[in-house]
Every structure is written in C-alpha cells, then in structure tokens.
Design a binder for this molecule. Structure first.
Ligand SMILES: Nc1ncnc2c1ncn2[C@@H]1O[C@H](COP(=O)(O)OP(=O)(O)O)[C@@H](O)[C@H]1O
Ligand SMILES: [Mg+2]
Length: 82
C-alpha cells in the first residue's frame, strides 16, 4: 500500500502583470510506501510547500494524479484528511 502516490503533478499559480502564471510544480512523480520516512529538500521556491499543500488537500492540483493511502485528493478529500 502506497502512503503517497504522486503522478505527473503540476501546480500553477496565477501570476500578475505580464507574468500570466507561476509554475509551482512542473510534473513531479513520487511514491512513498506506508511506514517509510523521507525528507523533502530543495532551495527556496523549489515547490516543497506547494507539494505538501496538495498532499494535504489545501491546494488542488492543476494536472496529474495524487492519492494518499489510495484516496484521490480531488475526488476524496475528506478521506485524505482523515
Ligand atoms: N500564492 C502564490 N502565488 C504565486 N506564486 C506562488 C505562490 N506560492 C508559491 N508560489 C511560487 O511557487 C513556486 C514554489 O513555491 P513554494 O512551494 O513556496 O516553494 P518552497 O516551499 O520549496 O520554498 C515559487 O516560484 C513560488 O514563488
Ligand atoms: Mg516553503
């Protein structure tokens, strides 16, 4: 059972002025099994917070598939939160 399954996740934010959009995550995929412990490293602006917000249903994905213990973050957010 995968605790976290992320497939080709993309998340864009609305930009302002001439910049129409800001790409927060550009096609990230990762699989983490139940009981595993990982760190998430990256420089400022790499997308760490954006990823965690999508995993915890605070932000919706722009594209791709994300599930937590088999529950889709878009279709089953209450089960994901539980
Ligand atoms: N609310 C927002 N509006 C516009 N752009 C954002 C917003 N939040 C994050 N970003 C942009 O998304 C990218 C990833 O940011 P973030 O997930 O906060 O990275 P990290 O947590 O790794 O520092 C950066 O380019 C950042 O400027
Ligand atoms: Mg951050």
């Amino acid at each position: 059972m995968l605790a976290i399954d992320v497939q080709a996740l993309r998340r864009v934010y609305k930009g302002h002025g001439k910049q129409k959009e800001v790409v927060g995550l550009d096609g990230i995929s990762l699989q983490i099994g139940a009981g595993e412990i990982h760190g998430l490293l990256g420089p400022n602006g790499a997308g760490k917070t954006t990823l965690v917000k999508v995993l915890s249903t605070i932000l919706l994905p722009s594209a791709g598939q994300v599930s937590i213990l088999g529950h889709d973050v878009v279709q089953q957010p209450k089960k994901v939160r539980a």
